[in-house]
Design a protein around this ligand. Structure first.
Ligand code: FE2
Length: 159
């Protein structure tokens, strides 16, 4: 088995890089969704949610950078154009959302989609003992699952 300078198998690492670029693309769409929610949210919870979406997009921005730099660390090239992101992403795009429940629902939908991709990467990275990618995915999954719980708790408050 041919390995790279990190000691990881060359072929499998390329597969992993491709999947990380898919995650990066979906994350960028999620990030832009959050900017839209931050800007367009209206109603009695404006101050609350305006800030919450800012907190979420700041967190996403950090994660996006971590994914891109992991791709580089693994010898790949991170996608960086809007064109590539839309072509490689299937996450739901939210447009002109001002209603609070629709906004939170979009966050829930997007996080569920990101978690699916991250679990695929988690499996691939664990199969080749790529601990760097694996632990990053573990952290993302753990944090996003907690955010999902909070978002769902918020939704139930209305029922
Ligand atoms: Fe702002």
């Amino acid at each position: 088995m041919k390995t790279n300078s990190l000691g990881l198998p060359v072929k499998e690492t390329q597969v992993l890089v491709a999947e990380l670029n898919i995650l990066l693309s979906n994350f960028q769409v999620y990030y832009q969704n959050l900017r839209g929610l931050h800007w367009n949210i209206r109603g009695k919870r404006f101050f609350d949610l305006h800030l919450k979406f800012e907190e979420l997009y700041n967190d996403s921005q950090l994660k996006i950078d971590m994914v891109a730099e992991r791709i580089l660390t693994l010898g790949g090239t991170p996608l960086h154009t809007f064109e590539d992101y839309t072509n490689n992403s299937k996450i739901k795009i939210g447009k002109n959302i001002s209603n609070d429940e629709v906004a939170i629902q979009l966050v829930i939908t997007c996080l569920s989609e990101l978690l699916k991709i991250e679990r695929v990467i988690l499996k691939q990275s664990s199969e080749i003992d790529d601990e760097g990618t694996n632990s990053m995915m573990s952290d993302f999954i753990k944090e996003q699952e907690k955010t999902l719980w909070m978002m769902k708790a918020w939704m139930e408050e209305e029922m």
